[in-house]
Structures are given as structure tokens and as C-alpha cells.
Design a protein around this ligand. Structure first.
Ligand code: C2E
Ligand code: MG
Ligand code: MG
Length: 723
């Protein structure tokens, strides 16, 4: 500490009734570089202190009026005077005075007669130690403030007394501030809630036994008895024998930190809309479940659920209602799976299932332990039952159904991604099977999916590589057997897949959108070829071309047909478009408009596969169609099956009454033909007359049925077949 300098002298107050002594003391101190003020008794001394705030007080004990003991005691009682150095001047060997002086709060004493040569040193030392004390007090104050702000407390356990000395902040944190007995471990443990008590006691005992650094997070009851969370860290001080003599510990209130962590966890692992676990969270649970199943040779199941008509709800009622629906579904699913606890026993006591939302309208239900795959089906069935009830959303009645794919693990996959993929594939199969159903994954799905992928890849290149072709099947007049028309049927020759029939690839072409380009190619090719045949003299009244639903629903379809007719030069009335009954029934209103637009162009319209699509007769009347084609299924046993015979006759009679032409498909025998002749079906088509033929074969076929020479009346195809 710096000695007093002229610019920074310490101020000393000398209180003594002896004027001469005061003078000598003052002179000695001034020579040592101090500033000095004087007072002649205790009372004057206090007044002088209050006015000048000296750094050190030298006080005689015996004075008239207020003596030195009373003045010292009164000074000490003033605020901020706790650490002021007060030096009492007593008579030599006046032990009683010395004791009284300390009792009154004196810092030290100095005996008379005073050694003036040493006085300056003595006082300087007092100044220095007072400054150090002050700094210490300030830094302690700062430290405790910082600890209070950081909610950080500290404690010290003494091995000899087995007591704990807590810092103020530590006591506040553990809710013991202000309690009288607060030094024992038991007292502290009384603040630790039940579950954690044992753990904390063990931790303390381990720290004492091992003398190692360690930490522990646990719950504690705060000052208002609310549950707080603290982090403790401990360090041991060993004695000479290597035993723990002290434990120094810190404890910090980390409740807010934990809450923030929990919030972050919620955001990272939960779906904010439904509150359900999200994909990440699901994957973690699934990983555990899978490992457990593998380790214990058990099985679990994943239900992969997708809502069937969610997109429509979203599109028609808006996203707000869509969101509401998802929340509602989440609640219903929770209800449905909760009951599954019964199924999954109580090995996973608190968690018999894990419900999660992967995103959009996709949910997963994980059953970590099932006895048989059938258990998963029970849950799937319950979900379907619960979901199919109608749900009220803001005044709208909404009905949703689920498609559920089930993967059983580890059988159907030994990684989480594998199970998810297979659950998804099975769900996709459920959709293809007409939705609102559940399907178990099995390996053939994998094979089928691979095959589909391969077909799709090849199909994308089919047009460019000229792998598509058309076959033509004649349609003949039932009575004369003369060829009236042809139906164009698509074929696909692929070097790897071989000959592919339309039913093997058209659904895929529709799903992938490739059918638009393919359909246009079919239409153009059939029209161009027919025009060529007609130009070379063949009598073809109509060329029937099948239209895919994908083409039909395109806004520009009628315009496309018109353009192709224009480009190929085929008369519109020669083209007959075949649309299926189910296509028309899907959206009858819209279908009527498109059919009318096509009629305006002048083409003929036929309903294909009639009888299989549950047509409403009322609608049938609205459709501007020209022909019905009775499906092969009704023709097959027409000569034996009375029901089929009745249906075919009824359709033919109805068509006649509605002035529609009728074609029977799939005529394979003479007997069938006989029946159709008897019921006056207009035209027939089938293997009995001819298989579908390639372009070259059809050219030859047409040449055979056209009589060379003067009149070009068509010959009976029956005869042509016979030849
Ligand atoms: P569809 O329009 O009803 O065509 C008749 C189907 O029955 C053809 O099968 C034909 O080969 C077959 N068939 C004809 N006569 C007989 C018979 O006497 N007995 C038996 N068992 N079958 C007979 P294909 O060529 O395999 O075509 C199947 C379906 O694929 C067609 O049924 C049609 O719906 C669709 N399709 C064919 N080509 C096209 C096309 O270019 N575009 C579209 N969109 N669909 C097409
Ligand atoms: Mg057809
Ligand atoms: Mg048909």
C-alpha cells in the first residue's frame, strides 16, 4: 500500500483532552506525511469524524465528558464504520483498559508514553491494512453479487465437524435461507425431493470416499417449495494421510437452462401442429425398438398410415381446416393406439406404442412388442374404425379414411430406414387396393416395385426408340360378316421385357403421365394408317381408338383430336373414340361436356366394356354416345349362362330402344355368334373372327375381304377366317 504522499495524504483524527500530548502526536504524524485533525473529547471526536471522515482515529481512553470507550463504541455503531481503524491510547500495563477498548470495538491499542519515532510507522501500517480490508470487503461483495446473479452458490464440508458451511446464495437456492440449523447434510437432503434423495446422498458419500472431482444434476425444492433444478460440482482437499479433509462444492440453479433445453428439444423432436413426436423422434424410438427386438428375439410392428382424401380437404376447405383435421386425427389415433397397450403387454411399461407424425398426412405407429403380426392388424382395424366416423370441423362434416401399410420387424427390415421404406410400400399397396384398408409388407412387393421401376424406365424411352406399335382387330357386321371397323390395340415390344400387353403397362403409363404422349401417338398412328387403307380402297367405316382417362380429362383433348384429324386427313365420322364406363361415371357432369365437344368435331363415341362399370341409366341418356360395347365377361358363357344371356339381351334391347349401336366383344365361338345373331346385336369382335393383327397382317386381311374386281362390296370376314 502506498504511504501517504502530499497529494494523497491520509487524514488522521487525534482525540485527547491533553493539549500537550495532542500537539506532540500531531507533530509526529505530520512529519510522517499525514494530515491531522484534533478533538479534545469523545463527543468532539465523533463530530469531527462525521465532518471529515478521517482514515484512522487515535483516541485517548480517559477523557472528561464522553470517554474514549463510549466514543469508540458509538463510532463503531455508525454506518460504514465497521472497518475504520481505531487506535486506543492507554496507560502502560493498563490491562483492563485494553480489554475494554477491544470490547468497545477498537482495532488496536498504543501505550503511553508514546514512542513518537515509531508512531508514524504504526499508523501507516494501520492505514494499509484498513485499505486492504476495504478492498477485500468490496471484492467479496462483488463476488457475492456475481454469484447471486449467476444463481451460483458454494459450500464447504469439513470432515472433522461433518458440517457444511453454505454461502448465502447456496442457502437461498436450496431454500434454507433464514433457517436456524442449516449446516448438516441431512438438513440439505431434506430439500431434495423423494426420487433424487438417494442419488444425491450416494453422490456425497462417494465424493467423501473417493476424493475425486465429480458433478451431479438434481432436483431441489426452492425457497417457495417449487421444484428447481441444480447442478453441483465438487472438489476434494486431502489431508496428509490421503483422506478427504474438505469438500469444496458449487451449486448452480439451472432451472431456466433446463427449461430452455426442454423447449429446444420440443422444437427439434415434436411436431408443432399436433404435438406428436416428429420424424427424428420416431427414428430414435424405432431404432431402440428394433435393437430390442433383435436382442431378445422378439418382434415389433410399424404401421405406416396415410390419409386417403386429405389433399381434397385441404384443396376444398382450405389449409386451416386441413390443419384442424390433422390435429383431430392425431387425437383419434392416440385414442386408438392407447387401447393397444393391452395387446403389447407391459414389458414397455410406460410406452407400449409410439405415435408420430412424419409430415403432411403421414403418421406412424410403432408397436415395439407384439406376439404375432396379427396384433398389428388389430390396431390397424381399430384405427380404421375410429377414423371412418365423420369429424366436425368448423361446421363442416369431414370423413377421412386411412391407408395403412404394416412392416413387421426385424422380419421386414433390419434398419429403421428399411422398415420405414417397407411400411411405406405396403401403404402404397393399400392405396392401390382401393384405400381404407391395411396391407402387410412382404418381399414380393419389393420385387413388384423393382419391376415397376424397370418398366417405368423402359417405358420412358419406348416412344423415342419406336418400340410401340398398333395391332388392329376387325369389327364385323353380325349378319353379313362384313368388316365395318377396326379397333386399334396398343403393343409394346421391348428388347428386355419382351412383348408387353396394354394392361401390363397402361396403368403405369397413366400414373407417370407418360400416357398423354403415348395416347396422342396411338391416335395419330391409327388415323394415319386408316386413312392410308381407305385411300388404297379398303372400306373401313370406323377406326376405334381407346382413350385413357388421363387423356380424356385434359382440357385440350377435343382440340388435340381435331388437330390430328386435320393433320392426317381422316374424315371425323370415321374415328370412333372408346371411353370406359368407369371413366364417364367418375365425373359425369364434366364428361358430358367433353363428349359434347367431341361430338361437335364430328367423331363417333363408344362406351367400352359396358356392363362392368355400374352405369346409371339416367346418365347414359345424357351422354351423346353412338355405341355400346358389351364387355367380354358377358359374352363368354352367353350360350350357357342364363344370367349373362339375359344381361346381353337386355343391353342389346336397351341400345336398340335408345338408337345406339351395339358391339359384342370377345366372341370366340360359333355358338356365341349364333346367340348374338338371334338377339340382333349389330356388330361382333373377337378371336372367332380374328385376333388383333399387325399392320402388315391387317393389310393382307383387308385385301382378302375386299373382292378384287368391279364391285367392291366387302366379303364376309367369316369366310376370310375360314380360308
Ligand atoms: P378393350 O378395349 O376392351 O380391347 C379388347 C381386348 O380384348 C384386347 O386386349 C383384345 O386383344 C382382347 N380380345 C379381343 N377379342 C378377344 C376374344 O375373343 N377373347 C379374348 N379373351 N380377348 C379378346 P388387349 O389388346 O390386351 O387390350 C386390353 C385393353 O387395353 C383394351 O381393352 C383397352 O382397354 C386397353 N388398350 C389397348 N390399347 C389401348 C390404347 O391404345 N389406349 C388405351 N387407352 N387403352 C388401350
Ligand atoms: Mg376397346
Ligand atoms: Mg372392351
Amino acid at each position: 500500500m502506498d504511504p501517504p504522499t502530499p497529494s494523497n495524504p491520509s487524514l488522521i483524527l487525534v482525540v485527547d483532552d491533553d493539549h500537550g500530548l495532542r500537539f506532540l502526536v500531531t507533530t509526529a504524524l505530520e512529519q510522517a506525511g499525514f494530515d491531522v485533525i484534533e478533538a479534545q473529547d469523545g463527543h468532539a471526536g465523533i463530530m469531527a469524524y462525521l465532518e471529515h471522515h478521517p482514515d484512522v482515529v487515535l483516541m485517548d481512553v480517559m477523557m472528561p465528558g464522553m470517554d474514549g470507550f463510549s466514543a469508540c463504541a458509538e463510532l463503531r455503531g455508525l454506518p460504514g464504520v465497521e472497518h475504520l481503524p481505531i487506535l486506543m491510547m492507554t496507560g502502560l500495563e493498563d490491562e483492563e483498559s485494553i480489554t475494554r477498548a477491544y470490547d468497545a470495538g477498537a482495532t488496536d491499542f498504543i501505550t503511553k508514553p508514546i514512542n513518537y519515532a515509531l508512531l508514524g510507522h504504526r499508523v501507516r501500517y494501520m492505514c494499509r491494512s484498513s485499505q486492504i480490508t476495504e478492498q477485500l470487503v468490496t471484492s467479496e461483495h462483488r463476488l457475492s453479487n456475481a454469484q447471486r446473479i449467476a444463481r451460483l452458490g458454494h459450500w464447504n464440508w469439513d470432515a472433522v465437524t461433518n458440517e457444511i458451511d453454505w454461502s448465502d446464495e447456496a442457502l437461498r437456492i436450496v431454500g434454507l435461507a433464514g433457517t436456524p440449523s442449516e449446516s448438516s447434510l441431512d438438513e440439505f437432503l431434506s430439500r431434495v425431493p423423494g426420487n433424487d434423495k438417494h442419488r444425491v446422498r450416494q453422490w456425497f458419500h462417494r465424493a467423501i470416499a473417493l476424493g475425486e472431482e465429480s458433478d451431479l444434476n438434481h432436483c431441489i425444492l426452492g425457497h417457495d417449495n417449487s421444484e428447481r433444478y441444480i447442478r453441483q460440482q465438487v472438489e476434494a482437499i486431502l489431508d496428509d494421510t490421503g483422506q478427504v479433509a474438505h469438500l469444496y462444492g458449487t451449486l448452480q440453479d439451472i432451472t431456466e437452462l433446463r427449461q430452455a433445453e426442454a423447449r429446444i428439444r420440443r422444437l427439434a423432436y415434436f411436431d408443432s401442429l399436433t404435438g406428436l413426436p416428429n420424424r427424428e423422434s420416431f427414428k430414435e424410438s424405432a431404432k431402440q425398438a428394433l435393437e430390442l427386438a433383435k436382442r431378445h428375439d422378439r418382434q415389433g410392428a410399424l404401421l405406416f398410415l396415410d390419409l386417403d382424401n386429405f389433399k381434397r380437404v385441404n384443396d376444398t376447405l382450405g389449409h386451416n381446416i386441413g390443419d384442424l383435421l390433422l390435429k383431430e386425427i392425431a387425437a383419434l389415433l392416440q385414442q386408438a393406439v392407447r387401447v393397444s397397450d393391452v395387446v403389447t403387454h407391459n414389458v414397455f411399461k410406460d410406452k407400449a406404442y409410439d405415435l408420430a407424425r412424419l409430415g403432411g398426412d403421414e403418421f406412424t405407429i410403432l408397436l415395439p412388442l407384439i406376439s404375432r403380426p396379427e396384433d398389428a392388424a388389430v390396431t390397424a382395424r381399430r384405427i380404421m374404425e375410429l377414423l371412418t366416423q365423420s369429424i366436425q370441423l368448423n361446421g363442416h362434416d369431414v370423413v377421412v379414411t386411412p391407408s395403412i401399410g404394416i412392416a413387421v420387424f426385424p422380419r421386414d427390415g433390419d434398419s429403421v430406414d428399411g422398415i420405414l421404406k417397407h411400411g411405406d410400400m405396403a401403404m402404397y399397396h393399400a392405396k392401390r387396393q382401393g384405400k381404407n384398408t391395411f396391407v402387410f409388407y412382404d418381399d414380393s412387393m419389393n420385387q413388384a416395385a423393382l419391376k415397376r421401376l424397370m418398366i417405368e424406365n423402359q417405358l420412358r424411352k419406348a416412344l423415342d426408340r419406336n418400340e410401340l406399335s398398333l395391332h388392329y382387330q376387325p369389327q364385323v357386321d353380325t349378319f353379313s360378316g362384313r368388316v365395318c371397323g377396326l379397333e386399334a390395340l396398343l403393343r409394346w415390344h421391348n428388347p428386355e421385357l419382351g412383348l408387353m400387353m396394354p394392361l401390363e403397362f397402361i396403368p403405369l403409363a397413366e400414373e407417370t403421365g407418360l400416357m398423354l404422349a403415348i395416347g396422342e401417338w396411338v391416335l395419330a398412328t391409327a388415323c394415319r394408317q386408316t386413312k392410308a387403307w381407305i385411300d388404297s380402297g379398303a372400306q373401313i367405316a370406323h377406326i376405334a381408338v381407346n382413350v385413357s382417362v388421363l387423356q380424356f380429362v385434359q382440357k385440350g383433348f377435343p382440340a388435340c383430336v381435331a388437330r390430328i384429324l386435320e393433320e392426317t386427313g381422316l374424315e371425323p365420322q370415321v374415328l370412333e373414340l372408346e371411353v370406359t364406363e368407369s371413366l364417364l361415371m367418375k365425373d359425369a357432369e364434366c364428361a358430358v361436356q367433353t363428349l359434347q365437344a367431341l361430338k361437335t368435331i364430328g367423331v363417333q363415341l363408344a362406351i367400352d366394356d359396358f356392363g362392368t362399370g355400374y352405369s346409371s341409366l339416367a346418365y347414359l341418356k345424357q351422354f351423346p354416345i353412338d355405341r355400346l360395347k358389351i364387355d367380354r365377361a358377358f359374352i363368354q358363357d352367353i350360350d350357357q349362362d342364363r344370367d349373362n344371356a339375359a344381361i346381353a339381351s337386355a343391353v342389346i334391347a336397351m341400345a336398340e330402344s335408345m338408337a345406339l349401336k351395339v358391339t359384342a366383344e370377345g366372341v370366340e365361338t360359333d355358338a356365341q355368334l349364333g346367340f348374338l345373331k338371334a338377339t340382333r346385336c349389330d356388330e361382333v369382335q373377337g378371336y372367332f373372327i380374328s385376333y388383333p393383327l399387325s399392320t402388315a397382317e391387317m393389310s393382307r386381311f383387308l385385301a382378302k375381304t375386299e373382292e378384287p374386281g368391279s364391285d367392291k362390296t366387302g366379303q364376309s370376314a367369316y369366310r376370310a377366317v375360314g380360308e
